[in-house]
Design a protein around this ligand. Structure first.
Ligand code: TYM
Length: 331
């Protein structure tokens, strides 16, 4: 069966609607036709210098949100990246194949390092996309479901795979990004020209673990525009278009149908309808997360089992790569 791999960073106590619509929902759907492997990339999260206790909590609650959204541990592998040491090991080999200039061109690195300044920027942040490539190549994933912001990182993963193959013989699968256009970039509700992100404006964020009240309030306060017409136009009406996109993604109603349905209505009506579909989708996930977090032993057992299964595949790939580049296996 063809394989899919993806991952998220445990850098917050809740995933947000962009993570859910842009990635997690696709993960759940892809389990039907793919051998699916999903990780919580705790090593990546070290790049934000988290408090150790917060990192532990976030790693578990991120995994719980995967499960609550429908990742099925009977069918798919679900694990913490640090439980499979091959990720860090393959990252070293890939780092030795990555140009310094090539890594310097990653726009997420440029943005984040510009914010943090030269002294605040770590080598870990610089090599972040190399570790991400290792995550993907270890499992010979054909498909990687992500949001638009990961496209450039995926391109680096592809280049590294091709480089490994052309220098050392066909040893890894070249992955393809799987980016669903309509939900690839969910925008910030308060600043609809920017993507929704954990580091953005809190009032523009919808977190899965927020209360119904907070979510409804944020949707009600979403920034729109000075017109009155409900029409999908990303360029001129980013706020309204974002609301239509969110509604459509969750309800399955096409944008054209929504435009027709709301043609004689006001922005307030649209917001009420969006809040309704979002809460219907999010509230059951939140309840399941609360249940899962009440039994941390069971959650840890699911993660341990996922890591055991993942290590079998990761170990084979790493051995193949080590051998191909000329490292001698321990006798
Ligand atoms: P992370 O943790 O920042 O985000 C997790 C996923 O959510 C998507 N996403 C969005 N999609 C639509 N609209 C948004 N506003 C939005 N914000 C975030 C992201 O594109 C991502 O799919 N580098 C990755 C984690 C990673 C990874 C991997 C992913 C590490 N190794 C291997 C795939 C394969 C990241 O930072 O995601």
């Amino acid at each position: 069966q063809p394989r899919v791999f993806s991952a998220m960073q445990p850098t917050a106590d809740s995933l947000h609607l962009g993570n859910y619509l842009g990635a997690l929902r696709q993960w759940v759907a892809l389990q039907e036709d793919y051998d699916a492997i999903y990780a919580v990339v705790d090593l990546h999260a070290l790049t934000v210098a988290p408090d150790p206790e917060a990192l532990r909590r976030r790693s578990r609650i991120t995994a719980a949100q995967y499960l609550a959204a429908g990742v099925d541990p009977e069918r798919s592998m679900l694990f913490l990246q640090s439980h499979v040491p091959e990720h860090a090991e393959l990252a070293w080999v890939l780092g030795c194949l990555t140009g310094f200039g090539e890594a310097s061109r990653m726009t997420q690195f440029k943005d984040k390092s510009a914010k943090q300044g030269a002294e605040g920027t770590t080598v870990g942040l610089f090599t972040y996309p190399v570790l991400m490539a290792a995550d993907i190549l270890l499992y010979d994933a054909q498909l990687v479901p992500v949001g638009e912001d990961q496209r450039q990182h995926l391109e680096l993963s592809r280049n590294l795979a091709q480089r490994l193959n052309s220098r050392f013989g066909d040893i890894v699968t070249v992955p393809e990004p799987y980016i669903v256009k309509d939900t690839a970039k969910i925008q910030d509700l308060a600043e609809p020209t920017a993507k929704m992100s954990k580091s953005g404006n809190p009032s523009g964020l919808i977190e899965l673990m927020d209360t119904d009240k907070v979510i409804a309030k944020r949707i009600k306060s979403a920034v729109t525009d000075a017109e009155t017409e409900i029409r999908y136009d990303r360029e001129n009406k980013p706020g309204v278009s974002n609301l239509l996109a969110i509604h459509s993604a969750i309800s399955g109603t096409s944008i054209a149908e929504l435009e027709a349905e709301f043609s004689d209505k006001m922005y307030g009506h649209l917001k009420v309808a969006v809040a309704e579909v979002v809460l219907d989708a999010v509230a059951p996930i939140r309840e399941r997360v609360t249940d899962l977090m009440a039994h941390p032993g069971e959650l840890d057992e699911i993660l341990a089992e996922g890591a055991r299964r993942a290590r079998v595949i990761a170990g084979e790939t790493l051995a193949r790569v080590y051998d191909a580049v000329g490292l001698i296996p321990a006798g």
